[in-house]
Design a protein around this ligand. Sequence first.
Ligand code: DGL
Length: 253
Amino acid sequence: MIGVFDSGLGGLSVLAALVEALPRADFVYYADTAHVPYGSKSDEQIQRRVLAIGEHLANIGCGLLVVACNTATAAAVQALRAAHPGIPVVGVEPGIKPAAQETQSGRIAVLTTEATANSRRLKHLIRDHAGRVEVFVEPCPGWATHVEMLQLDDPALAADVRVRIEPLLDRGVDRIVLGCTHYSFLAPLLLQVAGTRAQLVDVADAVARQTQRLAADLAHGSGRLLLQASAHPERLHAALPRLHLGQIAARVA
Ligand code: DGL
């Protein structure tokens, strides 16, 4: 079984790519809804949660873990790997590298939680992969919570998206990296503002390919999916149609 987790619903955007890449694999998705959002928590708090979830997923038999959360990856992927040396761990990091390779204007933006924006890992990612490209890091407090509450049509959110994205476009940004897995569900809203001026960069498919490379025998299961949450698991099930995740709903055991 492959364990996939996030603070809440965001990692479902990664899970959608995973089930497509590994149609016969068995998955368990764990949403830490009792502790969402991670983006406003300290590294120590996030590490504690990630280690507890890793322990739980290892105990129920996961042979591979996917940290479907940029914030958790930045704060705790090293600690998770150290705690489970026998289990491959795939993390999610903002697609700075593909965005820097594709940009025509030489300016890209990365939208993240506050914790990711302040992380050493993001600074290193930019230093190592952006080259001469100018990178604007834009923390977006509250966005993940809007997704979590399924308030995707909230006018206040639409206004905040506009306030954050328009100045980036005015500075010539032509690639917008989704540096939080929750933001994939805001793509329609972001594209409404970006129009043809910028493209969105999402790494879900790249994460799925990396997981495929490491899956070995885990790729050959019976295609089942278990959904778990630390609070209100029923909301996780109810969110699937609202997030247009029929392909995930069809697999739930
Ligand atoms: N989905 C998470 C990420 O990719 C974090 C959202 C949150 O809990 O703040 O960063």
